[in-house]
Design a protein around this ligand. Structure first.
Ligand SMILES: *Cc1c(COP(=O)(O)O)cnc(C)c1O
Length: 389
């Protein structure tokens, strides 16, 4: 059976070049980078090359890159670390109502422990307003954390303008750029951000590796305590092969960025046009002007996304629903809810995300499958439609 993977925002396959570069670091080059002999210094050099490659992708200095165990850990570190380091100044953080759970649940956890958090709203396209941010800053605000690209609807946030507002008020600015990395150009200096979370497995690198960019001079407490790794800021023996893979993936992303963006934008627009042209009553969620190049988030009115997902799965097509980003949960997406999408429409929403191995044939196959599936499900649900859905 044909298989079509359209869930690149959930994870990506490791590219062959990446895997080949990693392989020797499991076997021949296994030295602990913290040791003091030859095979250890080779490991140390490999870490530094990866650090340089990732730094180059976002225009940072290598000393500003700290590897972590995931994008989630980088997000947790940015929030816990700055609130701890700045606790004499204040206990207020500002984030948004469309963040990834790695930020959202961290903020909610901290609210039970004396931290005050504000969740900024978004407009109907999922865009955060710099003016609303400015109004929410008070003299206890020590951190603003706003994502660069949303993982569900793909909206690209005005990070430069938002970071400028924070800077004007002397507040640290963190951005979760996990979905942005390798999909939009990133220049930390141009953006003016203080911290940025990154993850390897969303850019064709291995899972279980992330990084936090920390601008030189930013005060942040450690989150993982122990040894002196990562310039004494993140303890734990490094995931050497994983970091080597992340570095290689970053190098490839940097080299191919423009082609990658152009190719995905064309595929994505082709897909959206074909869906709109062949299926009635569909809505595209999110901004078309400020959007992740590989994201199509589509509501199929009057039916359940879960049912669509399962029928697509039977045809070997893999997607996500609008019922949170992990399909294990049936609660409606907080992102679509924040954008004002009615709950019954959220339940009919599917996220299709494309990547480097997606082809036009994959998308044609998917459109044909959707036509059949949507027709079938709408016949079944025509009763609910009559009820006024
Ligand atoms: C995937 C993702 C994360 C989490 O990264 P992991 O490396 O999977 O922990 C955080 N934020 C966003 C926006 C993501 O898409």
């Amino acid at each position: 059976m044909k298989e079509v993977y359209l869930d690149y925002s959930a994870t990506t396959p490791v590219k062959k070049e990446v895997f080949e570069e990693m392989a020797p670091y499991f076997t021949e080059h296994f030295g602990n980078p913290s040791s003091l002999y030859k095979i250890a210094s080779e490991s140390k050099e490999a870490l530094n090359l990866a650090r340089k490659r990732l730094a180059d992708l976002i225009n940072a200095s290598p000393e500003e890159i700290f590897f972590t165990g995931s994008g989630t850990e980088a997000d947790n570190w940015a929030v816990f670390g700055t609130l701890d380091a700045m606790k004499k100044k204040g206990n207020h953080m500002i984030t948004s109502s469309i963040e990834h759970h790695a930020i959202m649940h961290t903020a909610q956890y901290l609210m039970k422990r004396g931290i005050d958090a504000t969740f900024l709203s978004v407009d109907k396209e999922g865009i955060i307003s710099p003016a609303e941010l400015e109004k929410s800053i008070n003299d206890k605000t020590v951190l603003v954390s706003l994502m660069m690209v949303n993982n569900e609807v793909g909206s690209i946030e005005p990070i430069k303008e938002l970071a400028l507002v924070a800077k004007k008020h002397g507040v640290l600015f963190h951005t979760d750029a996990v979905q942005a990395l390798g999909n939009v150009p990133i220049d930390v200096k141009e953006l003016g951000v203080d911290m940025m979370s990154l993850s390897s497995h969303k850019i064709y690198g291995p899972k279980g590796v992330g990084a936090l960019y920390i601008r030189k001079g930013v005060r942040i407490s450690n989150f993982v305590h122990g040894g002196a790794q990562e310039n004494k800021k993140r303890a734990g023996t490094e995931n050497l092969a994983g970091i080597v893979g992340f570095g290689k993936a970053a190098e490839l992303a940097n080299k191919n960025l423009t082609d990658h963006i152009n190719r995905l934008t064309e595929l994505r627009n082709y897909f959206i046009d074909r869906v709109k042209g062949s299926i009635k009553d569909v809505n595209i969620n999110g901004s078309m002007d400020h959007r992740h190049p590989g994201n199509a988030n589509i509501t199929f009115n009057y039916i359940e996304g879960e049912a669509i997902l399962l029928l697509l799965n039977e045809k070997g097509i893999y997607v996500s629903t609008g019922s949170a980003c992990s399909s294990a949960s049936l609660s409606p997406s907080h992102v679509l809810a924040a954008m004002g999408v009615p709950v019954e429409m959220i339940h009919g929403t599917i996220r299709f995300t494309m990547g480097d191995f997606t082809t036009k044939e994959d998308l044609d196959y998917t459109v044909e499958a959707l036509k059949e599936i949507i027709t079938k499900l709408r016949e079944v649900s025509s009763v609910s439609e009559e009820k006024g859905w």
